[in-house]
Unconditional design. Structure first.
Length: 272
């Protein structure tokens, strides 16, 4: 039996075992998936044991710290400076599948990553959304609580990609955008009564992607529904990034319809 898992701290309740077990079954793989709650100070002493696994996923706070223990990084992992998937073997390879999960989630929702894109938040996921939006050729505006702290990111984008992004305060969001991406925790349970944009602001937008999936419909997404525009929560991204991780581990591929069924099953599980 092959062995995989997720490292992070704290982990709390994670949907990763449920999702990966469904994907293992779909792939016809005899494998188990475990959770490994490892604090930042204990990561180094656990590396040898982790490399005995067939592969593992990485979440906060280890996405950057794990890099120094890997032999190889994919181009996207190098670009973002973050790893969320590791394939073990004679050499240990680090990948970032969050970006693929994001792009496939947009595709499933028939949302185009183009035009004027607003990204709210510039943390871990926000960085990836910003990079992918710039790579797609979009005109990117980043809204953050403290614009001064995002200057380093603006310079990094300019140095790595040769493009400029606009940085504003969250309170300065005004005009409409072709796509709004929320990577802040605003609207996440238990803070379900708040939204980064008002209904009037959402009405001026073309589509909304909210990385939150608890609740499945945030207040921001309820505004998008009322506005009659395309929208997606972060659940499809969560499942797709797991599917891409397994594609890396097993040199496999998944049909879109099969992954969509697992997304539906995961939604049912979350709704219990």
């Amino acid at each position: 039996m092959k062995e995989f898992g997720l490292i992070g701290y704290p982990l709390g309740h994670s949907m990763s075992p449920f999702i990966h077990e469904k994907l293992f079954s779909l792939n016809g793989v005899d494998a188990k998936y475990s959770l490994f709650e490892i604090s930042p100070t204990e990561l180094e002493k656990n590396i040898s044991a982790l490399k005995e696994l067939d592969g593992f996923n990485v979440t906060i706070p280890h996405k950057t710290g794990i890099i120094r223990s890997l032999d190889y990084l994919s181009e996207r992992a190098k670009l973002f400076g973050a790893v969320n998937t590791v394939k073990c073997g004679e050499i240990t390879k680090g990948y970032n599948t969050d970006c693929h999960g994001f792009l496939r989630a947009l595709d499933c929702a028939q949302i185009s990553l183009s035009g004027d894109v607003l990204v709210c938040g510039a943390g871990g996921a926000g960085r990836m959304f910003i990079f992918e939006s710039v790579l797609a050729g979009a005109d990117v505006t980043v809204a953050v609580r403290n614009p001064d702290k995002a200057i380093e990111l603006k310079n990094e984008i300019r140095n790595k990609l040769g493009k400029d992004i606009k940085i504003i305060s969250l309170s300065e969001i005004a005009e409409g955008y072709d796509l709004v991406i929320n990577s802040t925790p605003v609207g996440m349970s238990p803070d379900t009564g708040n939204s980064v944009l008002s209904l009037e602001q959402v009405k001026k937008c073309g589509a909304v992607f909210d990385a939150i999936y608890n609740p499945l419909e945030t207040k921001l997404l309820s505004f998008a529904k009322k506005a009659g525009i395309k929208y997606s929560n972060g659940l499809s991204m969560l499942v797709w990034q797991a599917a891409v991780a397994q594609e890396i581990w097993f040199d496999a591929s998944f049909e879109k319809s099969d992954v969509e069924r697992i997304i539906a099953k995961t939604q049912e599980e979350l709704s219990k």
